[in-house]
Design a protein around this ligand. Sequence first.
Ligand SMILES: O=C[C@H](O)COP(=O)(O)O
Length: 334
Amino acid sequence: MTITPEKTRGTATTAQLPQVTEPRNPGFELDLGWVRNLRANTSAIERRAATLPGRRSIKKDHQAAWLARAITCIDLTTLSGDDTARRVERLCAKARHPVRTEILHALGLDGLTTGAVCVYHEMVPTAVNALKGSGIPVAAVSTGFPAGLSPFHLRLQEIHESVAAGAEEIDIVISRRHVLEGNWQALYDEMCQMREACGHAHVKAILATGELGTLRNVARASVICMLAGADFIKTSTGKESVNATLPVTLVMLRAIREFHERTGFRVGYKPAGGISKAKDALLYLALIKEELGDRWLRPDLFRFGASSLLGDIERQLEHHLTGAYSAGYRHAMS
Ligand SMILES: O=C[C@H](O)COP(=O)(O)O
């Protein structure tokens, strides 16, 4: 089956999409009955995820439009111990100009940018400075990323400092032990405090799904973080041994859908870690379209957390135009 986004060629830049203002999830009381009743049929979920690549194909012009849309939804990321100001500046330049100008122009996509740049707290001022005037927000991974095991008051302090340094989005990590011990109240309280510390900055709750044991736990952690006011729920830090997967995505998207049905608020979704191929990005977009609809295929409700996806998308767009693939080293930064 061939699918199309709500708009196709030449309509994929953020600027060109009609502006939609989404009211922010205000957070709700902890509903333990809802949380305890959540179920996840693992074999059915895995079967459904496994059939997706065979069922969905996105061709030619549609594919280029979808890939351009994917670029607008990338949190272009560098989260390495050896990050330097120079590397972050180069990443920011790439976020401003994610694809060679002549390719974008030929596709009618001038002005396309990534959704955000995602860095460690220490790199926030460098990124804010490098992105000045672009409208591209800086996302900071705070709260003792990736383990989230530093003292709680320091995790909150880190959020405050990242926001003060100019981060407009904060990717927090939850305490996995609260999920593994079934301590739902502690998870909810922690998330509420983190959300409050973020203030006007939007908060993405990283569940580290590869460390939560079961898909049922993924569903429960998703709902608790949304009840506590998360603007986005995010799969992984990219540092777990298992990061974003399609089965986990299915569970989280269904939690988002149910949350929307019950509360009327839309929460965003961010798969992260190990997504480096354009064809995989298309599968994620197709699944989101199927499960949540077109409204979620915009950067205010969907992001890829990825350090190397952009390079492959750029190669595919170049191939779409010229019929030839360029060498990977030409897209080294992303
Ligand atoms: O949040 C983003 C991830 O850390 C990026 O993971 P990646 O380097 O596997 O793309």
